[in-house]
Ligand binder design. Structure first.
Ligand SMILES: Nc1ncnc2c1ncn2[C@@H]1O[C@H](COP(=O)(O)OP(=O)(O)OP(=O)(O)O)[C@@H](O)[C@H]1O
Ligand SMILES: CC(C)(CO)[C@@H](O)C(=O)[O-]
Length: 279
């Protein structure tokens, strides 16, 4: 099971007493690098690129499936192209890949869990929200591609832009880690983010192109004061591409480039990871 990485360009967060209606509006793209999962006989140990670690949303997915009758007789092994905490949707990818894998294997798991396919997406979304590690990644990673989220949570209400062709490259450079939870749990920062995020969504829906997405993503990153000086400076150097901004919520630059500007863009970056949009 592979789940693509997800890059949020801008967002606004919504909290509801109904956790399924808690989530975010915003826009982002999935990429062809992400996370693969393997289940092996075991007792619930979690490995991320060979290292035994704890990942809150993964533990929450296990808890939710145990309430449905799963006996937890697996070790979970994630092979990921990106580190956790880089703003590329790895926590959401881990939660969703595990939920989909357990759902897919439910007939082999001791009790048939009697779930519908969308339930495994809901379980992963709830786990991310409860952990504070995400609000909209899971839904975007389920839908895939260039996804505009028009309302938070469930029922899913998105506009998937499908006419973008295959000429674009997504370049990512990770400068460090940033805990998503730190930002999502800061009411002052979220108040500022939400006002700007809603405005960006309205603008993008009027002109839903990758060019406008990148322009609005950079505006969001600057106006929300989330962008750091280093990434902002490099974004200005990358103006000759389709656009560049900071991935939300990470210490990571992302840039969309057509083939003709790819080499020039790569020459500006030190450790670029080249991806394609994962449709
Ligand atoms: N070495 C690590 N670095 C960062 N997070 C880690 C690490 N080990 C375990 N974790 C856990 O992994 C999860 C990371 O979630 P977080 O949302 O911050 O990262 P992300 O999914 O990569 O970014 P984003 O959600 O912004 O796309 C958290 O639950 C964190 O506690
Ligand atoms: C909050 C968020 C930016 C964290 O990656 C993402 O989950 C989203 O777009 O809602």
């Amino acid at each position: 099971m592979f789940i693509p990485g997800h890059i949020t360009g801008f967002f606004a967060g919504y909290r509801s007493k109904n956790i399924l209606k808690t989530g975010s509006i915003g826009a982002g793209i999935t990429v062809n690098k992400g996370v693969k999962i393997e289940l092996q006989e075991g007792d619930g140990k979690i490995f991320y690129n060979g290292k035994k670690i704890k990942i809150c949303p993964v533990e929450k997915v296990i808890q939710q499936y145990k309430k449905l009758g799963y006996i937890g007789n697996h070790d979970i092994k994630f092979s990921a192209d990106f580190p956790l905490g880089s703003g590329l949707g790895m926590s959401g990818g881990c939660a969703l890949s595990l939920s989909k894998e357990l759902f897919k294997n439910q007939n082999k798991i001791q009790n048939n869990l009697n779930l519908n396919p969308i339930d495994c997406v809901k379980i992963a979304h709830i786990s991310e929200v409860e952990c504070g590690t995400g609000l909209g990644d899971v839904i975007a990673q389920h839908i895939k591609g260039f996804v505009i989220r028009k309302s938070p949570g469930f029922p899913i209400n998105v506009k998937k832009i499908t006419n973008i062709g295959d000429e674009y490259y997504v370049i990512v450079e990770i400068f460090g880690q940033k805990e998503t939870k730190e930002t999502l749990s800061n009411p002052e920062v979220m108040k500022r983010i939400n006002e700007i995020g809603k405005s960006c969504l309205n603008s993008l829906l009027k002109n839903p192109t990758l060019e406008n997405f990148m322009k609005l993503s950079l505006k969001f990153a600057i106006d929300s004061q989330l962008i750091n000086d280093r990434i902002l400076s490099i974004c200005e150097d990358l103006k000759f591409t389709v656009g560049a901004s900071q991935s939300m919520l990470g210490n990571t630059l992302f840039c969309i480039s057509k083939k003709e500007t790819l080499n020039d863009a790569l020459s500006i970056l030190n450790n670029p990871i080249v991806c394609k949009i994962y449709p």
